[in-house]
Design a protein. Structure first.
Length: 515
């Protein structure tokens, strides 16, 4: 495409050329509505050979369609001296005198406006539009000409956090959030438009925090402003006592949701947001899933279904007062009735199977059945109606009773790739009596989660002695800990830490070295 424009365009810009060009884009190029698509399919054929393909172009000076490949549009341009034509597939303007596709600012603006209208009619929005720098961004680029190449082993984004006094629970969650790819892309692209008149917006502080993390600085960051805002908006977390990391995560997501939700019910196209919270904010787009609860009457077998939004799933562990049987085949340990009973260890998949198996509610929890119109015993089963983009799992490490508070120290292993297909509502027929029956069907890749890998992510935080916050970076685990430089670890063994409060990793390393 010619970068300097074309002098022959001026001959076209007469009378109602803008309106004529818009009609061509609307009817024969972008075709946003069903009617215009039918018209395009019927009318857009080469007037010489009758072909629908061969890169059809439309003359901008008269009603003529010709194929570019066989040069029928070239013959028309030569005979009629109509120098400009438009590509009906991509919308580019071709000049037959210059023998090249040309650029004109006004024409390009009209093309983009009509393309956005077509996307809106098709319900796509502008998510596929290319980035164009604003005047402010161009000025910043001129003042910052230095470029940096990002390699696979680059440590940009890895930064320690200073412990401000029993704030390891906060640092743990902050490390997980700042290394969540979709959140990173949102905040680094300056998508947040603050409507608050004070300095109390937690989303603005998180945006600044992302800038700090990905600035390339090596020294630890001091998140004092973030701590102050958390204390302001979540009073139950205020003070220097040790808090639960899971509780902080939920509180942080709630405040971020309230501060950045904007239009809580509609997306950019005016349609209802496609998540159980019906909210278009970035938090609900990433973290919100739908949990389906099916209550089945034991008399008439009628089913009552409710769907509730969730940001995380709390899973019971073996060792609690509720019976637990690992269901993973193979491994060490005894086998009873075809089930593997591992001593002192379990898997995340086992916890999910237990979470989604049918539960008999008993005679003390009878519900009124809509079919029987009387109180009957029933069973309850939880399944995933809609999976979130980023899944957070909370392992219940503490058990409370009337007289004591006990910590469950069971090891929990987890996979680098987690398939949630057996636990979604559409797959519940493949479970019988709470035991998952493996089917021969190919599992849906859309239901698979990868550890910090798109399109879905499984967030992991790490705690323990010294409180290390781990995130997957490249092919190794990179550790950032308060008051220390960034280091990389060659990981030998991974398992859920017995010392952690929330979804924490413990590692055995072969080598530790400074970056």
């Amino acid at each position: 495409m010619s970068p300097a424009g074309c002098a022959h365009v001026n001959a076209y810009k007469v009378d109602n050329w803008r309106q004529n060009l818009r009609v061509i884009y609307q009817c024969f190029v972008w075709s946003g509505s069903a009617e215009t698509r039918r018209r395009k399919a019927k009318s857009c054929i080469c007037h010489m050979c009758g072909a629908h393909l061969n890169r059809l172009h439309s003359c901008l000076s008269c009603v003529f369609f010709g194929c570019f490949t066989k040069k029928h549009i070239h013959e028309h341009a030569k005979n009629k001296r109509h120098n400009l034509a438009i590509d009906l597939l991509y919308g580019g303007i071709y000049c037959f005198v210059c023998q090249d596709y040309i650029y004109d600012k006004e024409m390009e603006q009209i093309a983009k406006e009509e393309q956005r209208k077509a996307w809106k009619l098709q319900g796509v929005g502008e998510k596929y539009s290319t980035w164009e720098p604003t005047k402010r961004e161009l000025e910043l680029l001129r003042h910052n000409p230095k470029r940096r190449k990002i390699t696979t082993n680059c440590t940009i984004g890895l930064r320690g956090l200073i412990n401000l006094g029993n704030t390891c629970f906060m640092n743990c969650i902050v490390q997980a959030l700042t290394h969540t790819p979709l959140l990173r892309d949102f905040f680094l692209s300056d998508r947040h438009k603050c409507e608050m008149q004070s300095n109390s917006c937690l989303v603005c502080e998180m945006s600044q925090l992302f800038q700090e993390f990905y600035s390339g600085h090596r020294w630890p960051h001091i998140p004092f402003r973030l701590l102050h805002l958390v204390w302001t908006h979540a009073r139950h977390l205020a003070g220097y006592e040790q808090q639960d990391a899971h509780e902080f995560l939920i509180a942080a997501l709630d405040v971020l949701h309230r501060h950045c939700k904007g239009d809580t019910t509609r997306d950019d196209n005016g349609k209802k947001a496609n998540n159980p919270n019906h909210c278009s904010c970035i938090i609900d787009q990433i973290f919100t899933g739908g949990l389906q609860s099916d209550v089945t009457c034991q008399v008439c077998h009628g089913v009552s279904t409710t769907i509730d939004p969730f940001w995380d799933i709390s899973l019971d562990l073996p060792g609690s007062s509720t019976p637990f049987w690992p269901l993973s085949p193979g491994g060490d340990g005894s086998t009873v009735n075809g089930e593997s009973h591992l001593s002192g260890a379990t898997t995340l998949t086992d916890c999910l199977r237990r979470f989604t198996r049918p539960e008999h509610l008993g005679s003390s929890a009878k519900i009124k059945c809509g079919g029987c119109h009387s109180y009957q015993e029933s069973t309850k089963q939880l399944t995933m109606k809609k999976l979130p983009i980023v899944a957070c799992f909370h392992l219940k490490r503490f058990e409370h009773s009337a007289k004591l508070r006990r910590k469950i120290t069971t090891y929990v292993s987890f996979p680098l790739e987690l398939d949630m297909t057996p636990f979604i509502a559409s797959s519940k027929e493949s479970r019988m009596n709470g035991q998952y029956q493996q089917t021969v069907e190919v599992l849906n890749n859309d239901n698979k989660y990868s550890l910090f890998n798109s399109p879905r992510s499984l967030s992991v935080c790490c705690g323990g002695v010294g409180i290390l916050c781990l995130t997957l970076h490249g092919l190794c685990l990179c550790v950032s800990c308060g008051g220390a430089d960034i280091i990389c670890l060659t990981v030998c063994v991974l398992w859920w830490s017995r010392y952690s409060l929330f979804n924490c990793l413990c590692v055995v390393v072969e080598q530790v070295f400074s970056v």
